[in-house]
Write a protein of this length. Structure first.
Length: 386
């Protein structure tokens, strides 16, 4: 029995007037559901926007940290230069004061000596010369006076030149000192502004994180409300089906085939249990002779056809609404990926493998959940192995 035909509404109660009331309520609830879904999408967009904003702010904070570190390094360098310039200026001041004191002392000493010579007068100076006991002594005394006067003059000139150099150097150093002080203040202000900007962005990041948590909580509540509302709609649909029966579309869906399907091959069936379980069936093996036909259990599209480790040659068919069937241990599968199949199509021939020496292995899944294939097959055509 590879197909099943049911007439919609056959065998169901007479449709009363309140079926229309149920339809109106279903439509109203569906409108609410659509509104919820719109709000969910809107909230998701908000969350994405917040996450993008957080990434941008974090990137900006990293850049600010880099700039602040550079500013502190620059400020440290400027302050070191400033300290060195202040030290050089202080040393120049001290040297200037020291040379000035020496020049003043030399001037005072020279003036005192000149005053003494003047008080002695020409006679006194001549007496000092003529007290010489010999001509050489006289000449030596004369030469000493000349050298002494020249030495004083040269020494004073030397001091005056050093004082001139230091006085020229001093304003240059003072200007350099002022420039470094100004630069230091500027760098400090830049650093302060960067730190202030960082604090503002960190506060903004905290606000974004707060919004993100708020939107995430709202999304959680909206999804919860959607799930509850969908349950209400499902209940209303079930109530409506009591009067109208399933629709043609529902009769043609895979979900409506529970307990009505034929197995992919006809032979003794053996359940395969989950590891460590003696009750939960994860799949079945069907013992059939090598080369037996394998058929599609329902309409669908092939999404996989190639070997799979631990399963051998495998074909997977998508039956819609999240339902997929997996058939393994075929010697060959004829249908290509993307090809449509209908219920009863021959899709391959059987072989053997790790699950059974001669036959096939079969699984049925709904999303990530493994279904017990025995719940879906028509019990009248199933022969359980012994």
């Amino acid at each position: 029995m590879w197909s099943l035909v049911l007439s919609p509404g056959a065998g169901f109660a007479q449709e009363p007037e309140n079926a229309e009331v149920l339809r109106q309520e279903i439509n109203a609830q569906r409108s609410r559901l659509e509104s919820l879904e719109q709000n969910i999408k809107k909230n998701k967009r908000r969350i994405i926007k917040v996450e993008k904003g957080k990434i941008e702010v974090l990137s900006e904070l990293q850049e600010l940290d880099r700039k602040i570190e550079e500013a502190w390094d620059r400020l440290d360098s400027v302050k070191k230069q400033w300290s060195a310039a202040e030290l050089e200026l202080e040393i120049t001041r001290q040297e200037l004061e020291k040379i000035q004191r020496k020049a003043d002392a030399l001037k005072e000493y020279t003036e005192e000596r000149l005053i003494a010579l003047r008080e002695m007068g020409m006679v006194g100076a001549l007496n000092m010369l003529f007290k010489a006991e010999s001509l050489p002594d006289f000449m030596a005394r004369e030469q000493y006076l000349k050298l002494m006067i020249r030495h004083d003059r040269e020494k004073r000139q030397e001091y005056l030149e050093v004082i001139s150099q230091l006085e020229q150097k001093k304003p240059v150093l003072e200007q350099k000192n002022r420039e470094l002080a100004r630069l230091s203040r500027e760098v400090e202000e830049q650093t302060r502004l960067l730190e202030q900007r960082k604090e503002e962005r960190e506060a903004f990041l905290q606000e974004l994180e707060k919004k993100g948590r708020k939107y995430a909580e709202m999304l959680k509540e909206l999804k919860k409300a959607k799930k509850s509302l969908q349950a209400v709609i499902d209940d209303l649909n079930n109530d409506l089906k009591f009067y109208t029966g399933p629709t043609e579309q529902e009769l043609g869906s895979f979900a409506a085939q529970r307990g009505k399907l034929n197995p992919p091959a006809m032979g003794p069936v053996y359940p395969v249990y989950d590891r460590g379980s003696v009750s939960r069936v994860r799949g079945i093996t069907i013992a059939v002779p090598f080369g037996s036909e394998i058929r599609a259990i329902f309409d669908g599209k092939v999404i996989y056809n190639m070997p799979l480790k631990g399963f051998g040659q495998v074909i997977i068919i998508d039956h819609g609404d999240g339902y997929m069937s997996l058939t393994a241990q075929g010697t060959k599968f004829f249908k290509k990926v993307g090809e449509e199949v209908v219920e009863g199509d021959v899709i391959g021939i059987s072989g053997g493998g790790p699950w059974t020496t001669e036959g096939i292995y079969f699984e049925l899944r709904h999303g990530k959940k493994q279904e017990n294939p025995l719940d879906w097959f028509d019990s009248r055509v199933i022969v359980m192995g012994k």
